[in-house]
Design a protein around this ligand. Structure first.
Ligand code: NGQ
Ligand code: ZN
Length: 458
């Protein structure tokens, strides 16, 4: 008879209270049922080297994975975030719910393979190509939920409210017609989205005003009411033109305006928040909201560099997101976050908060806590502990970058020296989805993705 392994055994593990040796876990219903440190492996246990809690990916537009690398050709004038956005709008023009599922599933496979175990999907491609709503308003949300279900990643779905092209309620453009709602229509989308998530065991529903460009102050107030205790995400202060337009419209900068006009607290995630004055940075840190940093995309789009040092000094919370998914790699997001700071400040170990702290350790723990908060994972349920989801990443301790390392030196090795190659297995709710760095459904998901793109880009 085939005996199911009764336990998972790790030589080392990162627990909420610090590093532990000889960790033995048993699982029940996707959760950690028992946890023993200093344990002895039992016959039948599955044995691995080093366990980390999986990271949350707090900001993604998964469909954009399909255009990764297609906007790297120089155009007629000066290329910018805004010219990239035109290319992106063209790319989504014909995309069907099937296409969205195929591309999202590919992105989810890649996320899991690099150590992301929960996806925060900032979802705004709602309607049919002609701009008409589908019969089921959550048709596209359902495609995203289906991709999460088939790949096994945890999902926090953030349906996006989008109504205007710019500050002051200017009418939306043709390229935005698949994104639009009024508040009543959006409330129906939220209800339908909750139904679309009902088959996923630990899904969370939040909501997202797209940006201060896309909502009026009245709409923002209505959305905050609709949110209740759910996560609220918003793009903010990513580009200087956005800051200038906000100043021209209101006399205030975007983060300044939001903090003065909305009850920003722990429910909120301000995505990018790149361009802030010193006082905005302090006020955001004190609000308890999470700064959603997307270093690879912010570099790709020429956004700028987040003022991390003063933000962290003031107790600010951050998480990381793969945003445009031009490259999907959790450890590379952390690396580029630190390297951006080093490049502008001409210093080393900028994110680490004090003497004797590891940069990799600071980045990993910070992104874990901030990401969990932003994605509505019940307070305290992030990390490896009894009762928590068994969402685990194991490192390949035989990787050269891991040689003779232990504790936080392993996180430095992962972030700075080994990267995704140093990831071995990934479990979600105790199910092993990734082995030797490959998702169990990669081949099928990739074949469907390639066919989808061959058609979309023909
Ligand atoms: C988005 N992406 O919604 O996909 C945006 C571009 C916009 C980023 N901001 C569109 N990185 O902000 O208007
Ligand atoms: Zn975004």
């Amino acid at each position: 008879m085939h005996t199911v392994p009764t336990g998972l055994f790790f030589d080392e593990a990162l627990l909420p209270g610090g590093w532990a040796r000889n960790l033995r876990l048993t699982l029940h219903d996707g959760r950690i049922a028992t946890l023993e440190t200093g344990a002895t492996p039992l016959p039948g246990d599955e044995r691995h080297g080093c366990a980390l809690p999986g990271l949350p990916n707090l900001h993604s537009h998964a469909f954009q994975r399909g255009m990764a690398g297609l906007a790297e050709w120089r155009g007629d004038g000066a290329d910018s975030f805004w010219t990239w956005r035109e290319i992106m709008y063209r790319f989504v023009r014909a995309m069907t719910p099937h296409d969205v599922q195929a591309i999202t599933a590919m992105a989810c496979v890649e996320m899991l393979e690099t150590g992301f175990t929960r996806l925060g999907e900032f979802h705004y491609l709602h309607h049919a190509p002609d701009g008409q709503p589908y019969a089921d308003p959550a048709e596209m949300a359902g495609a995203i939920a289906a991709a999460a279900q088939e790949t096994g990643i945890a999902l926090t779905l953030l349906p996006v409210f989008y109504a205007h092209a710019g500050f002051g309620g200017t009418p939306p453009g043709d390229g935005q017609k698949r994104f639009l709602h009024d508040i009543d229509g959006f409330a129906r989308l939220l209800d339908a989205s909750a139904r679309a998530l009902s088959a996923l065991p630990d899904a969370v529903l939040g909501l997202a005003p797209h940006s201060l460009r896309a909502v009026t102050p009245e709409e923002l107030r209505a959305l905050e009411q609709l949110a209740g205790n759910r996560p609220i995400h918003i793009h903010i202060a990513e580009q200087m033109r956005e800051v200038e337009d906000c100043l021209a419209w209101s006399g205030a900068r975007p983060v300044e305006w939001l903090l003065a006009n909305a009850p920003v607290d722990e429910r909120w995630c301000l995505v990018h928040a790149t361009h802030m004055t010193g006082s905005e940075t302090l006020a955001l840190a004190r609000s308890g909201a999470v700064a959603g940093l997307c270093p690879i995309t912010e570099a790709n789009l020429g956004d700028g560099v987040f003022p991390a040092a003063p933000f962290l000094d003031a107790g600010g919370r951050f998480g990381i997101g793969s945003d445009s998914n031009v490259l999907i790699d959790a450890s590379e997001e952390l690396r580029l976050l630190e390297y951006g700071q080093r490049l502008v400040s001409r210093a080393r170990n900028v994110m680490a908060r004090g003497a004797g702290q590891s940069s990799g350790g600071t980045l990993y723990r910070g992104a874990l806590a901030g990401g969990a908060q932003a994605l509505g994972v019940q307070a305290g349920l992030a990390g490896l502990a009894v009762g928590h989801g068994a969402d685990i990443v194991s490192l390949d301790t035989a990787h050269p970058a891991m040689a003779a390392r232990a504790g936080d030196a392993r996180l430095d090795a992962l972030v700075f020296a080994g990267g995704r190659d140093a990831i071995d297995c990934v479990w979600r709710r105790g199910e092993k989805l990734v082995t030797s760095g490959r998702h169990r459904h990669r081949r099928a998901v990739q074949e469907r993705f390639v066919k989808t793109l061959e058609r979309l880009l023909a």
